[in-house]
Ligand binder design. Sequence first.
Ligand code: G3P
Ligand code: CA
Length: 308
Amino acid sequence: MNTPARIPLIIAHRGASGYLPEHSLAAKALAHGMGADYLEQDIVASRDGALLILHDLWLDDVSDVAERFPQRMRDDGHFYCIDFDLAEIRTLRFGERINPVTGVEKYPNRFPRSAGTFGVVTLDEEIRLIRGLNSSTGRQVGIYPEIKSPEWHTKQGLDLPSLVIDALDQHGYLEEGSRIFLQCFDADTLKKIRQRSGPDLPIIQLLSSGTSVDESLLREISDYADGIGPSIKLILRAFNTDGHHDVSDLVSMAQAVGLQVHPYTFRLDDLPQNCDSLDSLLQIFIDQLGVDGVFTDFTDLVTKFIRH
Ligand code: G3P
Ligand code: CA
């Protein structure tokens, strides 16, 4: 039995997206059954203010929008969610992520694009699914919503953070002890949410791979957040061909100021250069560095690693 320094939370990144199309209800149900602690929701808005569980601001890569509404393409070549009402988006067929120009699947060994069709999911629908599964299985799995591009939504005329917080409030997730982490890349958005909701709503500051992080920034983040969600590239600098690896001190620095560390994203089919297996990667982050959580497309494999 593996005994890591701390048992990390398993956060199902877009669901069990290694096996079923990202953010489909099927992917969320599978991840729940595989043992995830939290299920992730990326959230964007439709024109009529519906909260959609989708990663991109546009529909191009995961749906047949280009065939169904060719006249709705913007000058930049994208079909934006916010240019469609929910009723229109519900008529689209969703599937595995592709390059919309070439039609090639991003992850060719995942669920075949041709094998099934899926529909868009709203935040309300996903919460109902999770609560239903929590009831039927007795496992209390949490939600991990991300507010996508809040400034962009504001410029389009929609206050996405307020819509999300209101919805979470209606579902009772702002109450103390709720199983939730709220995540966003935008610090100003998170600071405003902390002011409005107080410390009962756990907040994660996402950090992209290009972010310059030092102790001063981490102390600032600790004033309004409970943890960071860094790209794994901010921690694993290099995996050398001789099997050695070079890591930063971000995990220990963040934990020293009281921040949890939930790096993203652990994928069997998208490993860092020279890394030979997902287990090797998990060994560094979980056994050696002691992270507090991991975002993964492969909940089953992380569960198995922790239990081995
Ligand atoms: O939210 C954690 C991770 O998902 C951030 O990156 O682009 O996959 O949403 P992204
Ligand atoms: Ca995300």
